[in-house]
Design a protein around this ligand. Structure first.
Ligand SMILES: Nc1ncnc2c1ncn2[C@@H]1O[C@H](COP(=O)(O)OP(=O)(O)O)[C@@H](O)[C@H]1O
Ligand SMILES: [Mg+2]
Ligand SMILES: [Zn+2]
Length: 463
């Protein structure tokens, strides 16, 4: 019986699959559907899955090999931490970021380390020639080049035979958007190609039990250029970002089957490659204290470490009737709420004022612990009161103007003391818990409400 080729339609923006073509996707994108044949690559996968089901039998939990013990050290502490403690064998990791941010650099640095300890590395590049890769490796790798195999290729069939030949312990594909397989009849970078190549890479990684790194470019808006579909396939999605004008690079994970997504890694782009940043808070706080008003230090807990940040605010007269609220690094809905609470519960009139808030350093901390510092920065700028640079504020603001405790306050305070802060304003409930004998060498101001925090700040600035 002749097999009919089944097709489906996949959204280029979000990966949504539909049996019929649609003008607009559930994600809101227009004209984003691309037809794919669904009998091709995923068929091999389905077969493999059936195989897996047939051979499945119960095993003792104690006999299951823990992936923890088989993690590969990448030689880069910050990368290991974001991955959840190194590379898991058989895992697929997608690393995305804007062109020029340093994806190829961080990967070649890790690859050289792995090649020296764990075995051969196959680095497939569809973007650069062997010479270009060699030049970068000479510049940024200390060694390990003898067990590193480079293939400048975009055809997946050629990649497959190279894998057979090299038998690598680590595979890198730079980038997914340049790869194609002849079994799919469309251009590299299209949804069907990326999907087919992605599932081929998954078969390779899972089948051979080796980690695979896949590079993907993203556009300015942060979306994967075209196919978001690989995000569903892989175990871990890393995003490499930063201001391209500056040297600071932040690595974070958007999805991680083997660790948390709250860890961040910090690097500095140098001539000799990416260097790990130890004192990230120091960089973020560099300019603190220079402004006459509108700047307040805060602390957040990112993953397993505390991070000190500077929150800046600017208030200015607005154009008649339409006050602007602009937030960079915090949620804009959150900013509107903070402004509303300042007006209603702390009698600060901002009705004819534009309000801008920015977290210095281009990072977006998770959570709501930055609320209090943002509110105090707005108050400070509006009233022209300078909050001294040795004061740190943290806490979540509620709609009633109350303050809710922050997580891991003890660790934040220890780090604040280490960074040279002298006073911390934070929710009373945090202070009560800490009062259990913690001698941190800091003056702790426990406050229950936003207006009390403002009074306290105002007293501190007068001293
Ligand atoms: N000779 C060099 N000296 C110092 N830095 C360089 C040099 N060449 C490239 N870079 C840095 O490396 C960056 C490109 O990194 P790369 O890993 O190729 O990015 P991606 O793979 O994300 O496109 C450039 O933006 C630049 O900052
Ligand atoms: Mg590159
Ligand atoms: Zn969509």
């Amino acid at each position: 019986m002749a097999k009919k080729t089944k097709t489906a339609f996949v959204c280029r923006e979000c990966g949504y699959e539909s049996p019929k073509w649609m003008g607009q996707c559930v994600c809101g994108a227009w004209n984003s559907f691309e037809e794919i044949r669904i009998s091709d690559a995923p068929a091999a996968l389905a077969k493999e899955r059936r195989g897996a089901v047939r051979s499945a039998r119960p095993v003792k939990l104690s006999e299951v090999e823990s992936s923890q013990s088989s993690r590969i050290d990448t030689g880069i502490g910050e990368l290991n931490r974001v991955l959840g403690g190194g590379l898991v064998k058989g895992s697929l990791t997608l690393i995305s970021g804007e062109p020029g941010i340093g994806k190829s650099t961080i990967i070649i640095q890790a690859a050289a380390h792995i090649a020296q300890r764990a075995g051969r590395v196959l680095y497939v590049s569809g973007e650069e020639s062997e010479e270009q890769i060699r030049m970068r490796a000479d510049r940024v790798c200390g060694g390990g080049l003898s067990d590193m195999y480079i293939l400048s290729e975009t055809d997946m069939d050629a990649v497959l035979s190279a894998i057979e030949e090299v038998d690598p312990a680590f595979l890198v594909i730079d980038s997914i958007q340049t790869m194609y397989t002849s079994s799919v009849d469309s251009a590299p970078g299209s949804v069907s190609q990326v999907r087919a190549c992605g599932s081929m890479l998954m078969d390779i990684g899972k089948g051979r039990g080796i980690p695979v790194f896949i590079v993907a470019h993203v556009t300015k808006s942060g979306e994967l250029a075209g196919p978001k579909i690989v995000e569903h396939l892989v175990d871990t999605v890393l995003l490499f970002g930063g201001e391209r004008s500056g040297d600071l690079r932040i690595l974070r994970s958007l999805k991680n089957r083997f660790g948390t997504t709250s860890e961040i890694g910090a690097f500095e782009m140098r001539e000799t490659g990416l260097a790990e940043v130890e004192n990230l808070s120091g960089i973020f706080l560099e300019g603190l204290g220079t402004a006459p008003s509108g700047a307040v230090a805060t602390a957040v807990y990112e993953g397993t470490r505390p991070l000190m940040l500077e929150v800046q605010a600017l208030t200015a007269p607005c154009n008649v009737g339409f006050a602007r609220r602009t937030a960079i690094g915090i949620d804009s809905g959150r900013l509107s709420m903070i402004v509303a609470v300042l007006e209603r519960k702390a009698s600060l009139s901002l009705i004819n004022r534009d309000v801008y808030v920015n977290i210095v350093g281009g990072i977006r901390p998770e959570g709501t612990g930055t609320d209090l510092a943002a509110a105090l920065a707005i108050w400070s700028d509006e009233k022209g009161v300078k909050i001294p640079p040795y004061v740190l504020a943290a806490g979540e603001i509620g709609l009633t103007g109350d303050l809710r405790p922050v997580q891991a306050a003890d660790k934040l305070i220890r780090e604040a003391a280490r960074m040279g802060f002298k006073a911390v304003i934070l929710p009373e409930r945090n202070v009560k818990r800490l009062a259990a004998g913690e001698d941190c060498g800091l003056k702790l101001y426990g406050v229950t409400s936003l207006s009390q925090a403002i009074t306290t700040s105002s007293q501190i600035s007068q001293n």
